[in-house]
Design a protein around this ligand. Structure first.
Ligand code: CMX
Length: 476
């Protein structure tokens, strides 16, 4: 790791580590903040940073506003805007080869750096939230203070319970989550402030309040959905002695300390995956119209509920069950699994949990879950099946010749861990993804408003426009 000159120059000032660190890794260079403040009040830390971040963005626009970022071809316009660099997103960046970095830090680095609840345990998600909002790796004290702040903001109004009860039995848990968030919208501080003519310069403040309130309330909302849908409506009260992840696990009904740590890991790694994925982009887009964080996040959840995105974790478990049912008591072999994969592809379906629009290697979110399994459940039969698939599926997808990334993504592994600890209801899995995703997309939403980012409005084109355009180009 090499420190930039600017960073070295200011490291010892007033006992604060401050500046920027450059970490050249495998030819790539990552920049991350070294500033570490001592305040345990996250909101005041964000407030302090805003003028500096606004100035940095202004400087970027002034100096480099006309820099060309890449080509924009017709294939890209028709092909889901793949590869177009057209969005500003500070909280994380996805490298096709290396995977996600949250504010410059990889998952293995954060597993070492972020405060944990237990010795050598998984990171506390509250620590990641601090990092996402400030770019700074928090101290244990800062994480504890944030944990307490979230507890103070938790608690579901009675009308949210009533709203959930009014839904048809059998409503998908993701539908329930989206409706629950929409019901909470009447609490929005931003919507209220906007109606009162709040200054544009201070929009970030009520957006911060809404975002933190929503993040704080989501575990209880999600646990209520789980207990209503699968446990006869017997709710479990929150235990305020526990941290965010453990308390969520507790409210779901799982009190194994290992499951607590799994939940902390789960909530950390699913939080953010840069801005272009469906859920993140949707929250950013809807928020750009100054829809409040509840409206924006509910919209993002509806995208997360799609099987090509977040619902893939449910689809993976269902597909694994199908593999098991097909093979019955037979011994699992690579050949038999390969036959099943071919059958899936021949029926015109995708292999869930494999492939990615940006990644071109195994997802590090898959790898860290695999490591968790190797540590805690190496002999679990379903984990063995998932491991065998890892050996078989990429080769088949590669041979097929059209899949750009044959490697597994996060969703290929999350369900096997959850089912091991007894959370077997696979159509609930995407709700857990949603609770985690709130931390990333709402952190960015706070900064969207703090930086005054405008309403999003890319240009669309018709086939007629394309033909005219090409004809005019031809004449030139
Ligand atoms: N199984 C079979 N075919 C696949 C495939 C898979 N796992 N992944 C991609 N393909 C196919 C595509 O359907 C596409 O086929 P057509 O040309 O016939 O339409 C072709 O390969 C090229 O697709 P691609 O460029 O490699 O992938 P995309 O960027 O279009 O799509 C993704 C990415 C994730 C939607 C796709 O890989 C997929 O459907 N995977 C399975 C679902 C899944 O795991 N989703 C979760 C992703 C992570 C997340 O967002 O949570």
């Amino acid at each position: 790791m090499v420190l930039g000159a600017a960073a070295r120059a200011v490291l010892s000032q007033a006992g604060r580590r401050t500046g920027t660190e450059f970490a050249p890794l495998g030819g790539r260079q990552w920049t991350r903040l070294l500033q570490t403040s001592t305040t345990t009040d996250l909101k005041s830390r964000v407030a302090d940073m805003i003028p500096e971040e606004q100035a940095k963005l202004k400087e970027l626009k002034t100096k480099y506003g006309s820099v060309v970022l890449g080509e924009n071809t017709l294939d890209m316009a028709i092909g889901g805007m793949r590869g177009i660099k057209g969005m500003f997103w500070e909280t994380s960046l996805l490298d096709p080869e290396e995977g996600i970095r949250f504010r410059g830090w990889s998952i293995p680095e954060l597993q070492k750096k972020l405060p944990t609840a237990v010795d050598k345990g998984e990171p506390l998600p509250e620590g990641l939230l601090w990092l996402l909002l400030t770019g700074e790796v928090p101290t244990k004290e800062q994480v504890s203070a944030l944990s307490e702040d979230l507890k103070a903001r938790a608690g579901l109004p009675g009308y949210v319970h009533d709203t959930l009860q009014a839904l048809p039995k059998g409503a998908h848990p993701m539908t329930q989550l989206s409706v629950g968030v929409m019901a909470l919208q009447s609490e929005s501080k931003f919507a209220e402030a906007y109606q009162k003519g709040h200054s544009k310069k201070l929009y970030w403040d009520p957006v911060y309040e809404d975002s933190m309130n929503l993040i704080a309330k989501l575990p209880e909302l999600a646990a209520t959905i789980y207990r209503n849908t699968f446990k006869g409506g017997k709710l479990i009260p929150s235990d305020t002695s526990l941290d965010y992840g453990a308390n969520f696990a507790h409210q779901l009904g799982f009190d194994d300390p290992e499951f607590y740590d799994l939940m902390r890991l789960y909530l950390t790694i699913h939080s953010d995956h840069e801005g272009g994925n469906v859920s993140a982009h949707t929250v950013h887009l809807v928020g750009s119209a100054l829809s409040d964080p509840y409206l924006s996040f509910a919209a993002g959840l509806n995208g997360l509920a799609g099987p090509l995105h977040g619902l893939a974790n449910q689809e993976v478990l269902r597909w694994l069950e199908d593999v098991k049912a097909e093979l019955g008591e037979q011994e699992l072999t690579k050949e038999k699994i390969a036959d099943f994969v071919h059958k899936t592809l021949a029926s015109g379906k995708v292999v869930p949990g494999y492939g990615h629009a940006v990644l071109r290697k195994t997802d590090p979110r898959y790898t860290c879950q695999r490591e968790f399994a190797l540590k805690h459940l190496p002999d679990d039969p379903l984990f063995k099946l998932v491991s065998l698939l890892y050996e078989v599926v990429p080769g088949i997808l590669l041979k097929g010749g059209k899949v750009k990334n044959p490697w597994p993504n996060v969703d290929a592994h999350s369900g096997v861990l959850l089912q091991y600890y007894g959370l077997t209801e696979s159509n609930y899995y995407t709700v857990l993804f949603g609770v985690s995703r709130a931390m990333g997309v709402l952190s960015q939403l706070v900064w969207d408003r703090a930086l005054g980012l405008p309403i999003e409005r890319p240009k669309s084109i018709t086939s007629g426009w394309i033909k005219d355009f090409v004809a005019k180009q031809g004449k030139k």
